[in-house]
Design a binder for this molecule. Structure first.
Ligand code: SF4
Length: 701
């Protein structure tokens, strides 16, 4: 009997749980890793069912060119040649990469290096644009850099946890479990949930504010004004303007009316916040996915800066990311709006010096929605999509489908043989999946963890970083991509974060730049920054603990004057308001047991059993008004498309709003691809789409 246990990391949400994967006589089982500081041994239903998802059914096992099986050489040559021809004829901005928070940091690093440093365009964007780019933009405005200042321990130490736009119980379950466990140990700890829906998370709250969709800035501006009235008068830059703008909201009654919440409830929340020194405000997609997403983020951060509740145990604003490596992608420049190592385009020459590259992008590239618009218009003529299924996940997804159909050249790296996106590729590149690939990811609390392989790569599958390096080599860029391991790429990434970084940026992995292969193999989870490997080792078995390295505890931020900034934000409604024709606000989001477009979780019968089919949640009064019946099918339509889904009538849904999950697509249920319904309005600062508010109608099917 042979048993092999491998410490790795869950590939689903941004909690980033440590997993012990056991292979015993060929059978796989998983358990939580008690030594991982983020989950301390816990896993949620998705993590627990990981072993159900590692089978090879549906896998892409060989390269494919124009629908026929091909050799790796032929497929890689085809990608390099087609990209090269289009760049030669139309310039570097005529090509693009669309990548994913599912990629490992090393994959992301080489993809970004190829596009920005060698092709010379910034047209690389990621599906992380769809979930947390508003947080990135908000952090930069407030702190000078995209830094999440908190950690999960803060949630346990806090006396008040405020969850905004986050169904944490379903979408970040292990974080929620840690909050609940801390509450059980300390009954005085309070939990406030701010969400239009009465979700599983709201059920467990001491106070629930079911605010009207899109009114987060109204609420947090109201809170800022209330705090200013009650003795908080921080002297940070921007404080006076932010408070003056916030005062325009009027008093508590006016705020309550604007948000559609009872005056007593708003008053209770404001008083609780004002009185509780140790407060953590967690925010997620309900805040970010909005045409005012960045302003919402800053409205929240403003309240923490005014009250000096940041950089202390149990006190911070805390963005929780959706994907397993959204943070790692942010660190290496996976967004078209940043360069690498948290540097902006003002540092282009510096990055080029480090890379010794033949080119460098000087301007931000196209953001996700713009990128697919540019493909549709023919401005972008070749795209390489890696580890994501944008024809399901993008807003106005039918338009994205038309764009790919019209695109001159589409390459897709994926581990599945058929998805809506894969089926439109000219070249398919079989990628290694979780359990087969090896590298690092960064979770929501800045902890870098190893994902380790414990199963062989099937068929001819290869790691994404290898595929990118081989294409780069064939494009004539071999010298910059002479990597033979993920460890070598990680070392270069770490060195770049430290390059000419005299404290200018918080992201600093200097201590990892000379990591040996052996140390990389055994790397323990650790939180950045990591200035020296000696300090890391001296910190002992739990170097990830926040206390030794609390960011912003000294009040110094990575801005020119070292100070954080409050940002005056003006409340505004959704980009497309409801109307007589489209009277309801369509909201989209996750369910507990499925992940993204279900290519993995649909393989698990126990996960699929939780909610077996797509649905729409409707308030009882709306159900009556529009003639739809609980348990029957309904048609949900918007100006863009329609879906046929099962009706759930529930008072937990706010009147005037609908909720449809994001996961199902044509592969799993006819006409349930909600991305096709969602309007493509975006935040003008972050480019994040407004998935939480599309004008819609509902009728019996
Ligand atoms: Fe995986 Fe997230 Fe569940 Fe942890 S909470 S096991 S990271 S899905």
């Amino acid at each position: 009997m042979s048993t092999l246990t491998t410490r790795t990391t869950c590939p689903y949400c941004g909690v980033g749980c440590g997993v012990n994967a056991v292979v015993e006589n060929g059978a796989v089982s998983v358990a939580g890793d008690a030594a991982h500081p983020s989950n301390l041994g816990s896993l949620c239903s998705k993590g627990t069912a990981l072993a159900d998802t590692v089978g090879l059914d549906g896998r892409l096992l060989h390269p494919v060119v124009d629908g026929r099986r091909a050799s790796w050489d032929d497929a890689l040559d085809e990608v390099a040649t087609r990209f090269g021809e289009i760049i030669a004829e139309h310039g570097p901005d005529a090509v693009a990469f669309y990548v994913s928070g599912q990629l490992l940091t090393e994959d992301y690093y080489v993809a970004n290096k190829l596009m920005k440093g060698y092709i010379g365009s910034a047209n690389i964007d990621t599906n992380s644009r769809l979930c947390m780019s508003s947080a990135v933009a908000g952090h930069k405005r407030a702190f000078g850099e995209d830094v999440v200042p908190g950690c999960y321990e803060d949630l346990e130490v806090a006396d008040l946890v405020v969850l905004v736009g986050s169904n944490t119980a379903w979408c970040h379950p292990v974080v929620y479990q840690r909050i609940v466990a801390a509450q059980e140990n300390d009954p005085n700890k309070k939990l406030v949930v701010i969400d239009p829906r009465r979700t599983a998370t709201a059920e467990g709250a001491d106070l629930h504010l079911p605010l009207a969709p899109g009114t987060d800035v109204h609420l947090f501006n109201g809170l800022l004004a209330f705090l200013a009235e009650h003795g908080f008068d921080g002297d940070l830059p921007g404080a006076q303007d932010a408070v003056a703008e916030a005062r325009r909201m009027g008093g508590v009654a006016a705020v309550a009316a604007a948000c559609g919440v009872g005056v007593e409830t708003v008053q209770a929340f404001f008083e609780l916040f004002a009185q509780t020194e140790r407060t953590v405000t967690v925010f997620s997609q309900g805040v970010n996915q909005s045409s005012a997403g960045t302003d919402k983020v800053n409205a929240i951060i403003n309240c923490h800066l005014l009250t000096d509740r940041i950089g202390k145990p149990g006190a911070c604003p805390f963005s929780i990311t959706g994907q397993p490596n959204a943070m790692g992608g942010r660190e290496v420049g996976g967004l078209s709006s940043t360069l690498a190592g948290h540097m902006g385009f003002d540092a282009a020459e510096r990055v080029q010096r480090f890379w010794r590259s033949p080119a460098i992008a000087h301007e931000p590239g196209l953001k996700a929605v713009e990128l697919f618009e540019a493909i549709e218009s023919g401005r972008v003529k070749a795209v390489w999509i890696m580890a994501t299924n944008p024809l399901v996940s993008l807003p106005d997804a039918d338009r994205a489908k038309r764009a790919l159909d019209a695109c001159e050249f589409v390459a897709v790296s994926d581990c599945m043989r058929h998805t809506d996106t894969v089926d439109r590729a000219h070249v398919l590149l079989p990628a290694a999946a979780w359990a087969e690939k090896s590298g690092t990811v960064t979770n929501s609390e800045r902890i870098i963890s190893r994902q380790r392989d414990f199963l062989p790569m099937p068929g001819e599958a290869k790691p994404d970083w290898w595929i990118v390096c081989e294409v780069a080599r064939r494009m004539g860029f071999g010298a910059g991509f002479d990597f033979h391991s993920a460890a070598a790429i990680f070392r270069e990434h770490a060195a770049l974060t430290a390059y000419e970084n005299d404290g200018e940026r918080v992201l600093n992995l200097e201590g990892l730049a000379d990591l040996s292969d052996a140390d990389y193999d055994t790397l323990e989870p650790l939180r950045w920054p990591v200035y020296t490997i000696e300090a890391l080792r001296a910190a002992g078995a739990m170097p990830a603990r926040q206390d030794s390295r609390r960011l912003f505890g000294d009040g110094i931020y990575p801005t020119e004057d070292g100070k954080a900034r409050l940002v005056a934000v003006t409340p505004r409604g959704p980009a497309n308001p409801v109307s007589e024709q489209w009277p309801l606000a369509l909201n989209t989001g996750r369910v507990r047991d499925h992940w993204h477009t279900m290519t993995r979780t649909a393989k698990s019968a126990r996960l699929s059993a939780h909610i077996p089919e797509p649905f729409v949640e409707v308030h009882p009064d709306d159900a009556k008004r529009y003639g739809v019946i609980d348990g029957a099918l309904a048609t949900v339509s918007t100006a863009l498309a329609e879906a046929h889904v099962r009706v759930i009538v529930t008072a937990g849904q706010r009147e005037g709003a609908l909720f449809v999950p994001m996961h199902w697509n044509d592969q799993f249920a006819a006409k349930a691809r909600v991305g096709a319904l969602a309007n493509p309005a975006v935040c003008p600062i972050s480019g994040e789409p407004e998935f939480k508010h599309t004008p819609a109608a509902i009728a019996p099917f």
